[in-house]
Design a protein around this ligand. Structure first.
Ligand SMILES: Nc1nc2c(c(=O)[nH]1)N[C@H]1C(S)=C(S)[C@@H](COP(=O)(O)OP(=O)(O)OC[C@H]3O[C@@H](n4cnc5c(=O)[nH]c(N)nc54)[C@H](O)[C@@H]3O)O[C@H]1N2
Ligand SMILES: Nc1nc2c(c(=O)[nH]1)N[C@H]1C(S)=C(S)[C@@H](COP(=O)(O)OP(=O)(O)OC[C@H]3O[C@@H](n4cnc5c(=O)[nH]c(N)nc54)[C@H](O)[C@@H]3O)O[C@H]1N2
Ligand SMILES: [Mo]
Length: 776
C-alpha cells in the first residue's frame, strides 16, 4: 500500500485558540489529571493506583525520568505522570474482535490519538502474508514463527532490534544479550533520537555520558540555566526542585524561543500556598532563536575570558583549569575570534542581554546547566553542548556541590537501558565481560543506529524489524521514507502495551506481542517479581507493579525475551534463560557481574530509595582521551534561513507523551481541540502576508527536494523572530533522513527550514497581526 497520512489528523473542527497561559500546574492540573484517570480507569482503579506512583513501595512512574526526592510527598506525581498511568491502566481493551473488525490498512488511516484511545492489547496476534487482518495465535506459534524468520536470514545483520526507553534494566540486559547472541549489534534505540548528542558531547569532554548532578545539587545551586527544555509539560516535578532552589536563593535563567508557562510561573499543586500564589521561576528569560544556543554559550565564554583578562584571578577558576583540564589555550584562542555580529544574528538577542547572562555566571559560585531536546536535536547539537561544558569548566563548575551538567532525560528508563548495553556501539570492555560471563563471542562490528537502521531497511540490507516497546514508525524522521522502509521488511514484530501506528505500517508478516506495563503485577515461577530502573540522575531503584494485568494472555518483556532466546539460540550461550524468566534475581546477579557499579545489586535495591551509580566526573576523575576534563574549540555554526523562510522546531503539546496522544489540547499554549497548528511570531506573519486563523501547508526545503505537511492552522504566538513551532509527530514527515546532528546522528528535528503556503484566504474580518502574550 502507498504511504498515506492518517486521515483524521486533517481536521481542526471544533478547535479553539485562546491566550497562552503564563503559569503552570496548580488546581487545573490536578483536576485535569483526575478527569483523564477517571475516564480511562474508573474511580476505583484511580484511587488504588495514583497513590502508589513513585512511592518507595510502589511503581516507577512510566512518564519521565525525573528523580524522586528522598522526602516524598504523599502525592509524588504530576498531572502528566497521572496521564501516563491512566493510559496504561485504562480499562479499555483491543482484542481479537477489534482486529477482525479493522483491517491493517484501515488502521493506517487512523490518527495517533484514535489508535491510542482503543485500549490495551490483550492477545498475541499475527498478520500473515497476503492477509489484511491480524488474527490471534498462541505464544508458542508466535515465537516459532519469529524464530523461523530469523533463522532464514542470510546474515544476522539483516535484523534490526529497536528499544524504547520504558524497558526495565532486567529486560534491556537480556534483550541486548539475546541480540548479540544472535550475532548483531543492530540495537538502535529512542536515545538515538533524544539525548544521544548529550552522551556524545559529555563522554568526549568529561568522560561520562550522563548528567553529573543530584537533586540536592539543584537545591544548593546559585545559578540554574534551563535551556531548550519545557519542564512545565515534560518534567513537571522538576518545577518543585527549581522552586526549592529559588527559596534557597538560586537565580533561574530560561533560554528558549518560547516563554514556556512552567518556567515563567509555577503554582505548586502540592502546597496550599503554591496553588494560590505561585512563584515566578525564571528570573531572566532569554528568547533565543532556534539553533542560537551555540553562539550564546560561545559569547558567554568569551565574555568571561575577557573579564578574567581585565581582572586576573577573579573569574576563571585557575587552579581547576590547571589541575583538571586540557585544551584551555586552544579554547581561549578560538574565543578571541568571536564575531559579535554573528552572535547577535544567531541568537536574536541583544548584546546587553548576553552580558547580563555573563554577569549571572560571573557572580555565581555554583552553576548548573539543565537542558533537553531544544539543545540536542540540531545539526550542531554536539558542538553546542561542548560549549556548555566549556563555560562550566571555566569556573570549575564540575565535581563540586551545587554545580554541574544536567541533561534531563525523557523516557523513564532510557538511561538505564543504555547502562545495560542497549547501544549499537558498546565499548570493548562490555563485550569482553558478556563474552566471559556467557561464554560466547559477541560481534564487535558496530551496528545500526536509528537513522542507519532506516537506511538499511530502505535499501534492502535489513529485512526483519523488532521493536521492544516504542512506536518506531511514528517517532522517526522522514515519515514517507521510513514507512516505505518498514513496509519492505519480510517481518515486523512489536512488543507493545498499546496500539500505535507501528502496528499498522508493517512488513509482509507482522506480529504484535502484548506485554505487561509498569503498573501491573508480574508473577513468575519464583513468585512476584520486581524490576529496576535508573533515573536521569543515575539513581537505580525497584519498581513493583500492583494492578491485575490487563489480560491473562500477557507475558512480561523478560518472559518474551527469554522464550525467544530459547527458541532462536537454544543453548548457544551459557545463559539460563528459563531460570532468568522464573526469577529476576538471577538476572540481577548476572548484571552485577557484568556492569560496573552494580555489586550487591539485590541488597541495594532493598533500600527504599535504591542506590546511585558512581559517576567519575562528579569525583573529578576524567575518563577522557587526555585523562582530563576537556575544553574544545568549535567553529561557530547556526542555521541560516533564506528570505521568506522560517526555522521550524517540532515539539510536544501538553496532552501527549511522545507519539501517545492523550488529548487534543495544549492548555498552557491556549490550544483546545486540535493539533495541526503552527505557532509563528506576529511580525513574521505580517511579513509573510498571513494572519492568525489562516490555513497553510508547511513545506520543508532541502537539497534532495521538498516535503509537505498539509493543512495547519496558523496561530500567532510569542516566539523568537524568524522561528516557528509545530507538534511532533505530525511534522516528522518534514525531517529529511540525513538532516541529523554531526557525531551523534540525532535527527535534527528542532531546526527545519520551511516556508508556509497559504491554503485559503484570510478569514473574513481578520485583523492585522497583534502582539500576543502576557495575559493569564
Ligand atoms: N508529558 C510528557 N512528558 C514527557 C514527554 C512527553 O512527550 N510528554 N516526553 C519525554 C521525552 S522522551 C523527552 S526526550 C522529554 C522532552 O522534553 P523537552 O525537551 O522539554 O520537550 P520538547 O517539547 O521537545 O521541548 C523542547 C523545548 O525546547 C525549546 N527549544 C526548541 N528549539 C530550541 C533551541 O534551538 N534553543 C533553545 N534554547 N530551546 C529550544 C522548545 O521551545 C521547547 O520548550 O520529555 C519527556 N517527558
Ligand atoms: N520530530 C520529532 N521527532 C521526535 C522527537 C521530537 O522532539 N521531534 N523526539 C524524539 C524522542 S526525544 C524520542 S524519546 C522518541 C520516542 O520514540 P518511542 O520511544 O519509540 O515512542 P513512544 O511514543 O514513547 O512509544 C509509545 C509506545 O510504546 C509502547 N509502550 C508503552 N509502555 C510500554 C511498556 O512498558 N512496554 C512496552 N513493550 N511497550 C510500551 C506503547 O505501545 C506505545 O504506543 O521520538 C523522537 N522523535
Ligand atoms: Mo526522548
Amino acid at each position: 500500500m502507498a504511504t498515506r497520512a492518517p486521515r483524521e489528523d486533517f481536521t481542526d473542527d471544533g478547535m479553539s485558540v485562546t491566550h497562552p497561559k503564563t503559569w503552570a500546574a496548580g488546581v487545573p492540573g490536578v483536576y485535569h489529571a483526575l478527569e483523564i484517570s477517571w475516564k480511562q480507569m474508573g474511580t476505583g482503579r484511580t484511587v488504588r493506583t495514583l497513590p502508589l506512583l513513585n512511592q518507595k513501595h510502589g511503581f516507577d512512574c512510566p512518564g519521565c525520568a525525573w528523580p524522586d526526592p528522598d522526602h516524598r510527598s504523599p502525592a509524588e506525581f504530576c498531572e502528566n505522570g497521572a496521564k501516563a498511568v491512566a493510559e496504561e491502566a485504562t480499562v479499555r481493551r483491543v482484542g481479537p474482535d477489534f482486529f477482525r473488525e479493522h483491517s491493517v490498512d484501515e488502521l493506517a488511516e487512523k490518527s495517533d490519538w484514535w489508535l491510542g484511545q482503543q485500549g490495551r492489547l490483550t492477545h498475541p496476534v499475527i498478520k500473515r502474508a497476503g492477509s489484511l487482518h491480524y488474527e490471534p495465535l498462541s505464544w508458542d506459534e508466535a515465537l516459532r514463527t519469529i524464530g523461523d524468520r530469523l533463522r532464514s536470514l542470510d546474515d544476522p545483520d539483516e535484523a534490526v532490534f529497536y528499544t524504547s526507553g520504558r524497558t526495565s534494566n532486567e529486560a534491556a540486559f537480556l534483550y541486548q544479550l539475546f541480540v548479540r547472541g544472535f550475532g548483531t549489534n543492530n540495537l538502535p534505540d529512542c536515545s538515538n533520537m533524544c539525548h544521544e548528542s548529550s552522551g556524545s558531547a559529555l563522554s568526549e569532554t568529561i568522560g561520562v555520558g550522563k548528567g553529573s548532578v543530584q537533586l540536592d545539587d539543584l537545591h544548593e545551586a546559585d545559578l540554574i540555566v534551563v535551556a531548550g527544555q519545557n519542564p512545565g509539560t515534560n518534567h513537571p516535578r522538576m518545577l518543585s526542585a527549581l522552586e526549592k532552589a529559588k527559596k534557597n536563593g538560586a537565580v533561574v535563567v530560561a533560554v528558549n524561543p518560547l516563554p514556556e508557562a512552567g518556567l515563567m510561573e509555577f503554582r505548586n499543586p502540592q502546597s496550599p500556598v503554591g496553588v494560590v500564589k505561585g512563584a515566578q521561576l525564571a528570573d531572566d528569560f532569554l528568547q533565543v532563536r532556534v539553533g542560537g544556543d551555540m553562539a550564546l554559550f560561545q559569547a558567554v565564554g568569551a565574555l568571561l575570558l575577557e573579564r578574567e583578562a581585565e581582572r586576573p584571578g577573579s573569574v576563571v577558576d585557575r587552579s581547576f583549569v590547571e589541575q583538571h583540564t586540557s585544551g584551555f589555550e586552544d579554547y581561549r584562542a578560538q574565543a578571541a575570534t568571536l564575531v559579535w555580529a554573528d552572535v547577535l544574528a544567531a541568537t536574536g538577542l541583544t548584546r546587553a542581554a548576553i552580558e547580563q547572562l555573563a554577569d549571572r555566571f560571573e557572580s555565581s559560585r555554583r552553576t548548573i546547566v539543565c537542558w533537553a531536546m531544544g539543545l540536542t536535536q540540531h545539526r550542531h547539537s554536539v558542538a553546542t553542548l561542548r560549549e556548555v561544558v566549556n563555560v562550566l569548566l571555566l569556573q570549575g563548575n564540575l565535581g563540586r556541590p551545587g554545580a554541574g551538567v544536567c541533561p534531563v532525560r525523557g523516557h523513564s528508563n532510557v538511561q538505564g537501558d543504555r547502562t545495560m548495553g542497549i547501544f549499537e556501539r558498546m565499548p570493548e570492555w562490555f563485550h569482553d565481560r558478556i563474552d566471559e560471563e556467557f561464554r560466547f563471542t559477541s560481534p564487535r562490528v558496530h551496528g545500526y543506529d536509528t537513522v542507519a537502521a532506516i537506511e538499511a531497511m530502505r535499501d534492502g540490507r535489513a529485512r526483519f524489524f523488532m521493536g521492544m516497546g516504542g512506536n518506531f514508525v511514528r517517532a522517526t524522521p522522514d515519515s514517507a521514507v521510513t514507512e516505505r522502509a518498514l513496509r519492505s521488511c519480510a517481518m515486523t514484530v512489536q512488543v507493545s502495551t498499546k496500539l500505535n501506528r507501528s502496528h499498522a505500517v508493517v512488513g509482509e508478516v507482522a506480529l504484535i506481542l502484548p506485554t505487561l506495563g509498569r503498573t501491573e503485577r508480574d508473577v513468575q515461577q519464583a513468585g512476584e517479581q520486581v524490576v529496576t530502573v535508573e533515573d536521569s540522575m543515575s539513581a537505580v531503584h525497584a519498581s513493583r507493579g500492583t494492578l491485575k494485568p490487563a489480560s491473562p494472555h500477557l507475558l512480561s518483556e523478560v518472559a518474551i525475551i527469554c522464550r525467544l532466546a530459547r527458541e532462536v539460540l537454544g543453548d548457544r550461550l551459557a545463559a539460563d534463560w528459563a531460570g532468568f524468566e522464573a526469577d529476576y534475581r538471577t538476572i540481577r546477579a548476572a548484571i552485577s557481574r557484568v556492569v560496573p557499579g552494580f555489586d550487591d545489586y539485590e541488597k541495594k535495591i532493598e533500600h527504599p530509595g535504591g542506590f546511585t551509580l558512581p559517576h567519575a566526573a562528579r569525583e573529578r576523575r576524567w575518563n577522557t582521551a587526555s585523562g582530563r576534563a576537556t575544553f574544545t574549540a568549535n567553529e561557530l555554526y547556526y542555521p541560516k534561513v533564506p528570505e521568506g523562510r522560517l526555522l521550524l522546531q517540532t515539539l510536544r503539546s501538553h496532552d501527549q507523551f511522545n507519539t501517545t496522544i492523550y488529548g487534543l489540547d495544549d492548555r498552557y499554549r491556549g490550544i483546545k481541540g486540535g493539533r495541526r497548528v503552527v505557532f509563528v511570531n506576529p511580525a513574521d506573519l505580517a511579513v509573510q502576508g498571513l494572519v492568525d486563523g489562516q490555513h497553510v501547508d508547511i513545506v520543508s526545503e532541502y537539497a534532495d527536494g521538498e516535503r509537505v505537511a498539509e493543512n495547519f492552522r496558523v496561530v500567532e504566538y510569542d516566539t523568537a523572530r524568524g522561528c516557528a513551532a509545530a507538534y511532533y509527530p505530525e511534522t516528522n514527515v518534514l525531517v529529511p533522513l540525513d538532516h541529523k546532528a554531526d557525531v551523534s546522528r540525532t535527527p535534527a528535528s528542532k531546526s527545519l527550514v520551511v516556508r508556509l503556503v497559504a491554503r485559503d484566504a484570510a478569514p473574513a474580518g481578520a485583523a492585522v497581526a497583534t502582539a500576543v502574550g502576557a495575559s493569564t
